[in-house]
Ligand binder design. Structure first.
Ligand code: LIP
Length: 267
């Protein structure tokens, strides 16, 4: 199956999950069904319902594929294709009704993310990418796909930086200390609350840089591909692959300065 066809399946499934999430979201606050890594790491019945739908659709279309989902864990496959899924990235925003949460689906072939889609559920905006082919944004209403270009900012003191914090209080204290070091050296900080939307915002030029520690594969798989295919430089703590220890990203003209600041600030 071509990467384009895998992307089409990912897109259709992500939109169906987004429809379900909008349908199931009650007015006001959403009840927390359980907590995971800490008392503030919430999961709702809608997170699990959305992941169940995505698993069923992918399982029906491609029964031999593997699946890694935030809520239901890993299911290995035999085809060499793996689906890396966060049914609601930005769950705390979803619980509180802050309109910044997304369905994120990355498709790995041979261990490399080749296709990715992020659907901004409240805004109905779709972000997609194919490895080596580019990244696109589609606004609601079926408009054309618009190619995304990385921001061109080159002055760190004017950089708008997105970041996020983990669910563990000690980790948060460390992250806050590093952020305090960075704050006076950049324009300002944005805490959107969804790594997938942070990376898509960077690909769309709505922020100039992004840094976050502690992201799981499902938080970053699709977003990293979309950012990279828009021309954003994305690495880990050193000039390596982004991973749970750190994701550092910025436009090419700003990247080296930003990564130096990330290290100096103690991230
Ligand atoms: C969220 C990430 C976000 C991070 C949050 C949380 P979740 O993922 O997207 O960047 O700051 O702490 O990890 O839990 O909503 O899927």
């Amino acid at each position: 199956m071509s990467h384009e066809t895998l992307l089409t399946l990912a897109r259709d499934t992500a939109h169906e999950a987004a429809d379900l999430i909008r349908e199931l979201r009650p007015e006001g606050r959403v009840d927390v069904a359980a907590t995971k890594t800490s008392p503030t790491d919430a999961v709702t019945d809608v997170d699990t319902a959305a992941e169940r739908l995505i698993r069923e659709r992918i399982g029906a279309a491609r029964p031999d594929d593997g699946f890694v989902g935030e809520e239901g864990g890993r299911q290995s496959g035999t085809s060499g294709v793996d689906w890396v899924v966060d049914p609601i990235d930005g769950t705390v925003n979803f619980v509180y009704g802050v309109p910044a949460y997304a369905v994120s689906i990355g498709v790995e072939v041979g261990g490399v993310v080749r296709a990715g889609v992020v659907v901004d559920v409240p805004l109905r905006t779709e972000y997609t990418a194919l490895r080596g082919e580019g990244a696109w944004r589609r606004d609601p209403g079926g408009g054309p796909a618009v190619a995304m270009q990385a921001p061109v900012a080159s002055d760190l003191t004017h950089a708008l930086v997105a970041t996020g914090f983990g669910y563990d209080p000690e980790q948060r204290a460390r992250q806050a200390k590093a952020l305090a070091e960075m704050l006076s050296r950049v324009r300002d900080i944005r805490r959107i609350g969804s790594a997938a939307l942070d990376l898509c915002s960077l690909a769309a030029g709505r922020v100039d840089a992004y840094v976050e520690e502690g992201l799981q594969p499902w938080d970053r798989a699709a977003g990293v591909l979309i950012a990279r295919e828009a021309g954003v430089v994305v690495t880990g703590r050193h000039a390596d692959e982004p991973d749970e220890s750190l994701v550092v990203a910025a436009g090419p003209a700003l990247f080296e300065q930003f990564r130096a600041l990330v290290v100096e600030s103690g991230f």
